[in-house]
Design a protein around this ligand. Sequence first.
Ligand code: PLP
Length: 306
Amino acid sequence: MQEAKFIWMDGKFVKWKDAKVHVLTHALQYGTAVFEGIRCYKTDKGPAIFKLHDHLTRLKDSAHILGFGFPHSVDELKKVVVKLVAKNGLKECYIRPLVYLPYGKMGLNIVGMKPKTMVAAFPWDAYLGKTGEEKGIRAKVSSFLRPQVDSTMNDAKTAGNYVNSVLAKQEAVQSGFDEAIMLDANGYVAEASAENIFIFRHGSLWTPPTSIALEGMTRKTVFDLVNAGIVNAFIKEEVFTRDDVYSADECFLTGTAAEITPVVEVDNRKIGSGKPGNYTKQLQQAYRDVTHGKVKQFLDWLTFVK
Ligand SMILES: Cc1ncc(COP(=O)(O)O)c(C=O)c1O
């Protein structure tokens, strides 16, 4: 990974190499941490963080779902993030806030434990690769299912939950694919290992409901772009099946890290023409424009770093 100069840890900016915790940190032992992934983009008015408030609100919600406290308010963390990007002199970056249970207690009884917070910011290119973004990726339906909705609280971005995604991603990559598409416990398509999924089929843009997929910020941005008429489509938030994906005209994944990435092949079957489709390309362009501050209407989605 590419390093930056400073990481913020509970009120202090510490040097990257000094941002350390004890090996018996509760979160390291049991996955008891919640996190966010946020991107900052280069714009004509300097670096700008996309949907910062919404991401930090989701972080707070994740902490609440796990029954953690939230040591710093959303407004405090907003200031921290802006200062961190500026202090690191980053023009474009990925931002990772984490609220985690610290060292001090072993065992599963977390009642009374006080979480700590860290925020890192560092350069990170297209998660599924530049070529993937341009030409599309190949995906595999995973043999690992998303946990049932009443088991691990999938709305929370909990570190421990991501072992499920890691297993799916590992299986996909070791089988020669770029990404894993995951089904829910009823066999419906839920999402990818770290992205939401959309298909274009029978004239509509379909995406699974948030009861079985993370309420992604990028997913919501696609809805907003469509509702604002910037991309002319009709969205259906409904369950669909693996064979619906095979027969789709287009398929794409959305995520802060992966942005909007076309899927051109699933389980060795071409999707549509086997090339990124028109809706996918239009949405990619619109997303690029709003994140880079080129659409006046959506400038309030950006927090500028002065
Ligand atoms: C499981 C999962 N689904 C979907 C997403 C996409 O969410 P967002 O667009 O908020 O990054 C992510 C990324 O964090 C994820 O981990």
